[in-house]
Design a protein around this ligand. Structure first.
Ligand SMILES: NC(=O)C1=CN([C@@H]2O[C@H](COP(=O)(O)OP(=O)(O)OC[C@H]3O[C@@H](n4cnc5c(N)ncnc54)[C@H](O)[C@@H]3O)[C@@H](O)[C@H]2O)C=CC1
Ligand SMILES: O=C([O-])CC(=O)C(=O)O
Length: 254
């Protein structure tokens, strides 16, 4: 499987340095970034090709992996999918825009293409998906990150946001894609609280869900990526596992 990447930052670097093409039948070969130097650096490390125009990779790849920004998804996904190419998308916040969701969904149906949204930096999506249609009363996400991760200069814990996921992704597009992932998994605009906490050095996500099935709570205490403290290592690892799973005959979990 030949893969092209949009966005050559923290997640892309972890993925490209972890996937061994010979072992996994996955060849990450084309790299695009609006910062050309980043695309060239990663292409050179991965023995791949940096492209100046995304269209230059579209007749050569089987899958495009987006790890850039929600805006980049809106800019490029319709074009990629219209070329009949599947996508893995990390900047899931883009899908909270209902008009955009419906537009790309229509393209996928027409072209027979698929979009994969990895579980990213949280655990518990399997459970949320399983119970989504069974009177799921309430889903809440509390995210706690350090001042460094949230780009704040404060000494005391502070609630930066409290409201719905659809609003959270607008105010914090590069920090709370997980809220969109959970919302899409259960078809609800979930409740989100974002706290900046000088006493944590992890990106912490706590999910609580309650409904006819009972209730559950998951807590993920992620190490941030060294190249981008907003982003957790787990986000990159989930995309790597998803890529590898395309070669598996037997899949475990949802
Ligand atoms: N789904 C999830 O659980 C998670 C999603 N994310 C999201 O994944 C994305 C990538 O994260 P990182 O690698 O940490 O970001 P990063 O900031 O380290 O790298 C992003 C790269 O994309 C490039 N870029 C930005 N906009 C672009 C555009 N319109 N066209 C082409 N290139 C563009 C930047 O120049 C940069 O090199 C972000 O949107 C982030 O918010 C991050 C963590 C968890
Ligand atoms: O990586 C994380 O911990 C979460 C994150 O940035 C996002 O959801 O955008």
């Amino acid at each position: 499987m030949k893969v092209g990447i949009i966005g050559c930052g923290a997640i892309a670097n972890i993925i490209a340095s972890t996937i061994v093409p010979e072992d996994n039948n996955i060849d990450i070969e084309y790299f695009y970034d609006n910062d050309v130097e980043r695309a060239e650096n990663l292409a050179s490390f991965a023995n791949g090709v940096a492209v100046l125009d995304l269209n230059d990779m579209l007749d050569k790849v089987d899958l495009v992996l987006e790890c850039a920004s929600p805006d980049s998804v809106k800019e490029h996904a319709p074009n990629v999918l219209s070329h009949g190419i599947d996508m893995i998308i990390m900047s899931i916040g883009a899908f909270m825009d209902k008009e955009f969701y419906s537009k790309v969904n229509d393209i996928c149906k027409k072209k027979g293409t698929r979009i994969h949204l990895p579980s990213g930096a949280v655990v518990g999506l399997d459970g949320i998906k399983a119970v989504a249609d069974f009177n799921l009363e309430e889903v809440n996400l509390v995210t706690r990150k350090s001042p460094k991760s949230l780009g704040k200069d404060i000494d005391e814990e502070e609630v930066l946001f409290e409201g719905k996921a659809s609003e959270a992704v607008k105010e914090f597009p590069l920090n709370i894609n997980v809220a969109a992932t959970i919302s899409l998994a259960c078809n609800q605009d979930i409740n989100v609280k974002i706290i900046v906490d000088p006493n944590v050095d992890r990106n912490v996500h706590e999910i609580t869900a309650k409904g006819d099935f009972g209730e559950f709570k998951t807590t993920t205490k992620n190490f941030p990526c060294s190249a981008n403290p907003k982003t957790s290592m787990l986000a990159a690892l989930s995309a790597i596992k998803l890529l590898k799973s395309f070669n598996e005959s037997i899949t475990v979990g949802l």
